[in-house]
Design a protein around this ligand. Structure first.
Ligand code: PRX
Length: 568
């Protein structure tokens, strides 16, 4: 029997207070995610249960942590940060590969009431800078290999007081504002005063990309735990003996909501693999640790499909009990393939950085329709709205904007320093997701596409604006336009159109140089996979670049109305 049981029954009887009761939380109580994920699990008698199985680049590089270790080590990090002058409400950035300090650090930051700001460690200095500047970050916890990127932008970040290096080896002197912190070598702190955060206290700040403007800092609060706990229990269906693997990096919301908070608040053993993608390395990892529940993403699944069925057969994956996916459309073929090779489908889940927890999902005891995102989580009011009137569409299979009544616990509370953009996400009482979908006669949602120009590459959102701006910083580039280009594995990749400044010669060598420039400045995800040189970019008469035309060209779509296009 699954945790959710009958979906229809749950919908009928739903109250969020169910999760509150299980977590022994009452309105007005202290609620601290760091404490819930470690101390409380120990108090429940699971102190010696394995919480984290961590593997580095080779299987020999293995570390295991019990829930008591989580408690002590997060206390130790929390106490260290306090000694460094970090207090409640201060933003502390986590900028690391998937090393144990990242996971334990997040709990430590939350325990002292500070705000965790996780950032993807492959970000280049420009991506890092705009996010640290916007957040007014006070401290950053990082590794030697990433500290150089912080040094490069330090002069422009007056609020940044401490750069905490978790793997300092003494070979080079520490630089300005750097301080070493050795978690393994520190005396464990048995008792830490947990900051009495309340439901609305700020917990996390995750950055996400939009079509225009700089990235948006999505503010989450400690009360989000209520949604994350229950969705983990009902959708991921985690059971006490499960060995769970969430493949997402905590630089992104899946890696925190469901890589850390969900499983640990339920006292579940979680695995982490701190190395890049390879089909056989993934299968071997799951075989070694007897993974039972696996939460991944469509691009990874399509890459596994590409590696072939023979690869799967080399491994014993009989431990797998339940599989789920998030981040981009999960095509029907991937679901069917998964049934063939793993004997079970991937259950698609739909949600966003802003929603903080799963919104539309497939549930263990509900029929999976391959290609559909499933149905709204119990307790949510979801609708498809007409894009002009913003009234709900009642007709089946007619596309509209996905919207929710903003009354679930994990809903974002604002965009940091950007109330104006935040307010635009709400209209007529609805939270507007910015995605389009249809609903079929059985209430299943079918993803249609995004309602903006943001590029979803391999499940990661990239802002065309950020890439266009970075391109303009390259000395050869005069103008730029960036759109998504279709891709078999990543669904979309970044494509740039540029015009060159006088004296520059278009060619492969320059293309490579520009690509690398973006990779270093922004990230490998944002790097254009193709750069097309143009003599002139299509513009409206008022001088605005028409991305729409370039997009249509890439996707072989009708170009539509070009009446505002500049004459040749
Ligand atoms: O466009 C939708 C797509 O990813 C966006 C959210 O991205 P982000 O905030 O980075 O969060 C990703 C992980 C929660 C959505 O607006 N998306 C997410 N899940 C799905 C999806 N598109 C189709 N199907 C999904 N299951």
């Amino acid at each position: 029997m699954s945790n959710i049981g009958s979906y229809d029954e749950r919908v009928k009887n739903f109250k969020w207070s169910l999760a509150e009761q299980e977590l022994e939380y009452k309105d007005g109580d202290v609620i601290n995610i760091g404490w819930y994920c470690s101390d409380r699990i120990c108090e429940k008698g699971l102190a010696n249960k394995t919480a984290l199985i961590w593997e580095g680049r080779s299987p020999e590089n293995l570390k295991k942590y019990t829930f008591n270790d989580l408690r002590l080590k997060s206390n130790t990090i929390g106490a260290f940060l306090k000694n460094q002058g970090i207090s409640d409400g201060d933003r502390v950035c986590l900028f690391m590969d998937k090393v144990p300090e990242l996971y334990l650090g997040l709990l430590g930051i939350l325990k002292i009431g500070a705000v965790a700001q996780p950032l993807f460690s492959a970000f280049g200095d420009e991506s890092l800078f705009v996010r640290l500047e916007n957040a007014g970050t006070k401290a950053i916890i990082t590794q030697k290999k990433h500290a150089g990127k912080v040094q490069k932008i330090l002069d422009k970040l007056p609020n940044l007081e401490k750069i905490i290096i978790v793997d300092y080896d003494g070979r080079k002197p520490l630089r300005e504002k750097e301080i070493a912190f050795d978690l393994e070598g520190s005396t464990p702190v048995e008792k830490l005063d947990i900051f009495p955060t309340k439901a609305e206290s700020h917990s996390l700040l995750h950055y996400t990309s939009g079509t225009t403007g700089q990235p948006k800092g999505v503010k989450h609060v400690h009360y989000s735990l209520i949604s994350q706990y229950l969705t983990t229990k009902w959708v991921l269906d985690l059971q006490p003996d499960d060995i769970y693997w969430c493949t997402a990096d905590p630089g992104w919301v899946t890696g925190t909501s469901y890589g850390i908070i969900g499983p640990w608040s339920l006292g579940i053993t979680s695995c982490v693999m701190d190395s890049g993608f390879s089909a056989e390395a993934w299968y071997a990892f799951m075989q070694r640790h007897k993974v039972t529940m696996w939460y991944s993403a469509p691009t990874a699944i399509r890459s596994l499909m590409k590696a072939g069925d023979e690869s799967v057969k080399k491994f014993d994956l009989s431990s797998l009990r339940h599989l789920a996916s998030v981040g981009e459309p999960l095509n029907a073929e991937a679901v069917i393939w998964s049934e063939k090779v793993f004997g079970k489908p991937f259950f698609d889940t739909y949600w966003q950085t802003e929603t903080g927890s799963m919104m539309i999902c497939n549930y263990p005891d509900m029929k999976v329709k391959p290609g559909s995102m499933g149905k709204a989580f119990p307790g949510l009011t979801a609708a498809i709205l007409d894009d002009k009137t913003l009234e709900p569409i009642t007709e089946h299979n007619k596309p509209g904007l996905i919207a929710f009544l903003p009354d679930w616990p994990a809903c974002m509370r604002t965009y940091w320093n950007n109330e104006e953009t935040f307010n635009k996400k709400f209209s007529k009482g609805w939270y507007l997701s910015g995605d389009k979908s249809t609903i079929d006669k059985d209430g299943y949602f079918w993803f249609v596409g995004r309602d903006d120009d943001v590029i979803n590459t391999g499940g990661h959102l990239v802002s065309p604006f950020e890439v266009e701006s970075a391109l303009l910083e390259h000395e050869a580039v005069a103008e730029s336009a960036v759109v998504a280009k279709p891709d078999q594995v990543n669904m979309e990749v970044v494509k740039a159109f540029v015009t060159l400044n006088p004296g520059w010669e278009a060619g492969d060598e320059l293309e490579l140089k520009i690509m690398n420039f973006i990779r270093k400045k922004l990230s490998p995800l944002a790097m254009p996979q193709e750069i097309e040189y143009m003599d002139k970019l299509p513009k409206t008469r008022s001088g605005k670049i028409m991305r729409r035309l370039l997009h249509a060209k890439e996707w072989g779509e009708e170009i539509g109305d070009t009446s505002t296009l500049e004459d040749d």
